[in-house]
Design a protein around this ligand. Structure first.
Ligand code: F6R
Length: 244
């Protein structure tokens, strides 16, 4: 794991967008997995802008959505599906064969997981994975206690995830379960960016970087990834006890 520190959210997002765009230039068939949520918003916007303005061929990339709230339709503006549809899939005009999102309304959610694992395995793993971190240290919906050996799975959501998650919705919603890519895929990914900004993330970043490696604090898995980068702005870095 390496740490990269930036002055602010703009610089942090600019770095990630440039890195991903360069990676697509070098490998047009790149397999990219992204989280939704507040943190990667600007990265996704900058990435889309770059790919379009610089006419980067993105017709062969595979895009994978990290997770979804079980039971929510893609039309719900707080769903991960809605985020990707509007911020990435439509602007880049990705073909339906190029992107894979969990269907959170599927009758057989286990099969959704099997299908996603197959997509990843057939492509020999994820090239770049960009994730955020929850206020309980979760990554995707790998909640505290999740095994580092998990493939894609369905999980009952932690209380913190349920309450913090309300911020994405215009109305109060029932959030009980999530469907998510598991940590086995993260450990196999060729590169992982865990991104955090703002002082509210300072405590979880300190635990990620300086705390013990434990399934009780999911983001600590970054310590195990040789090509894992924790990208943070000065505010998120403010509680680190030493210079990294
Ligand atoms: C969303 C996701 C979540 C978020 C995390 C941080 O797809 O996977 O794990 O990355 O909860 O959310 P924000 O970025 O909104 O603070």
């Amino acid at each position: 794991m390496k740490l990269k520190r930036f002055k602010n959210y703009q610089e942090l997002s600019g770095f990630a967008a440039t890195d991903i765009s360069d990676a697509i230039k070098n490998k047009p068939s790149l397999v990219l997995c992204l989280a939704s949520g507040d943190t990667p918003k600007l990265t996704v916007e900058l990435l889309v802008k770059k790919l379009i303005e610089e006419k980067v061929d993105h017709s062969k990339i595979t895009f994978i959505g990290l997770d979804e709230w079980v039971g929510l339709p893609p039309t719900n503006t707080g769903s991960c599906h809605y985020f990707f549809q509007n911020k990435l899939i439509e602007p880049l005009q990705l073909k339906s064969s190029q992107y894979f999102l969990f269907d959170a309304l599927a009758g057989d959610l286990k099969n959704e997981c099997v299908k996603m694992d197959k997509v990843i395995d057939e492509r020999k793993g994820i090239d770049i994975m960009l994730v955020g971190i929850g206020m309980n240290g979760h990554i995707g919906f790998n909640e505290p206690g999740s095994s580092f050996d998990n493939l894609s799975h369905v999980i009952g959501l932690d209380e913190i995830t349920k309450s913090v998650g309300q911020k994405y919705f215009n109305e109060q919603v029932e959030l009980e379960k999530g469907i998510t890519i598991g940590f086995k895929h993260l450990l196999n990914a060729k590169k992982v960016f865990l991104m955090a900004n703002g002082s509210k993330k300072a405590e979880v970043i300190r635990t990620t970087v300086e705390g013990p490696l434990t399934e009780d604090f999911p983001a600590s898995i970054m310590q195990r990834h040789e090509n894992g980068f924790v990208l943070i702005d000065d505010e998120a870095a403010s509680l680190l006890s030493k210079l990294h």
